[in-house]
Design a protein around this ligand. Structure first.
Ligand code: ATP
Length: 393
């Protein structure tokens, strides 16, 4: 089922008398979700993710805008008639009912032509329990199961009515790290098997990136960027998205574009006219320097330079080629983590506390007078306008 959200806005009355105006939880949200896809809604706490989900489910009414399921305008349709399955963080199972009864519950409320016989209900319950692999637990009460098993029951209960759309609001947040990993793979399998269009709300970027076909990154009720997870990671449109995706976080420096040269502090780090990898998929050679300064211009343009932890190449003793620029950092410490090593260092133009560069453990960096020098991998370097924080393409 394709879902179209058209200029969706949701305002709540503001109860804080010191602040004027409404709370705008969702602001002109315009997005199309393709049939059968798993979409991740991602963003910091309070950015409006759950409100978007509640609008789609019908639990909230939009202040303005429209919602379509396929060609049907469902904006005014009550929640119970939308054919939506909902799963929340806290499972919300009935404690006095066993697993079979919990899953069967939504079927017992069907009336009229949809009403099912007891055998039909039991057969649906068994089929759904098998799908989420809990058929051996049907006689247990929720209190007799692990968190992961309870969440599977909640998913089965949402799926048993064969919903048109499945909405998952932070479904893995109550699980420990190992179960979280396992259950998110399960969610992906179930979604592929059922082919139900699924929207998955999380503030955990790794979770969203690992299982979603596409992600929507939100801030203050607005869409900051959407696309395939790897594309959004590789080509962030703005500093917010660059900082939000990736763990450890991207390293942000104050920089300057002088002509076609990129500087971080006083370090010349690279020629930006060759920075097509970071500048955008359609970037032609020379486009950056032209866009930034006008061709041949020696104007200075302040910017932010954001470098992924894997974007540093530590120079070793044998490196004598200085034709590329070099970022000279003050070395603090190294953390060896099996395959990779983190070099923790600082730089006068760095925006955070410490820089984290991740290099292969077999590399032997050279340390001279407390300094460690890096060459930067162009595809892992992103440049943003200092004022708008939009990417410089
Ligand atoms: P979290 O990750 O913490 O769950 P979220 O991204 O899901 O956050 P929402 O719960 O959608 O964010 O809230 C978005 C904004 O709307 C917040 O500022 C929140 O305080 C506000 N909000 C949500 N529901 C209401 C309500 N019923 N009345 C007033 N304000 C609300």
């Amino acid at each position: 089922m394709k879902i179209v959200l058209e200029n969706l806005t949701k305002k709540f009355p503001n109860r804080n008398k010191k602040i004027k105006g409404d709370v705008i939880a969702v602001n002109n949200f315009d997005h199309e979700i393709q049939d059968g896809k798993l979409i991740g809604l991602l963003g910091p706490s309070g950015c409006g993710k759950s409100t978007v989900l509640n609008l789609i489910s019908g639990l909230e009414k939009p202040t303005s805008g429209k919602i379509f399921f396929g060609d049907d305008d469902v904006t005014e349709l009550p929640a119970e008639n939308r054919g939506v399955g909902l799963v929340f963080q806290n499972y919300a199972l009935y404690p006095h009912l066993n697993v079979r009864e919990n899953i069967r519950f939504p079927l017992e409320n069907l009336r009229g032509k949809d009403k099912l016989t007891k055998d039909e209900m039991n057969s649906k319950v068994l089929k759904t329990a098998k799908l989420v692999q809990i058929e051996s637990l049907l006689d247990r009460k929720p209190s007799e199961m692990s968190g992961g098993q309870q969440q599977r029951v909640a998913i089965a209960r949402a799926l048993v009515k064969q919903p048109r759309v499945l909405l998952l609001d932070e479904p893995l947040s109550n699980l420990d790290a190992r179960l979280r990993l396992q259950t998110r793979e399960e969610l992906k399998r179930i979604q592929i098997e059922t082919g139900i269009t699924t929207i998955f709300v999380t503030h955990d970027q790794e979770e969203a990136m690992s299982i979603c076909d596409s992600i929507v990154v939100m801030k203050d009720g607005c869409i900051m960027q959407y696309g395939a997870p790897q594309d959004v990671y590789d080509y962030p449109d703005n500093l917010f998205v660059a900082k939000f995706l990736g763990s450890p976080q991207i390293n942000v420096f104050k920089g300057e574009i002088r002509g076609s040269s990129l500087f971080i502090g006083k370090d010349y780090v690279m020629d930006v006219k060759d920075l097509c990898g970071q500048a955008g998929r359609n970037c032609e050679k020379g486009e950056i320097s032209q866009n930034a300064n006008g061709a041949g211009s020696s104007e200075i343009r302040p910017c932010y330079v954001a470098i992924r932890p894997e974007g540093f190449e530590a120079l070793s003793e044998n490196d004598t080629d200085n034709s590329f620029g070099t970022l000279r950092c003050e070395f603090r410490k190294m953390e060896v983590m099996g395959r990779d090593t983190s070099i923790i260092c600082t730089h006068e133009a760095f925006e955070g506390t410490v820089i984290r560069a991740i290099i292969p453990s077999e590399t032997r960096p050279q340390f001279i007078g407390g300094e460690v020098c890096f060459r930067l991998k162009p595809s892992k370097v992103h440049i943003f306008d200092a004022e708008t924080e939009d990417v410089i393409r």
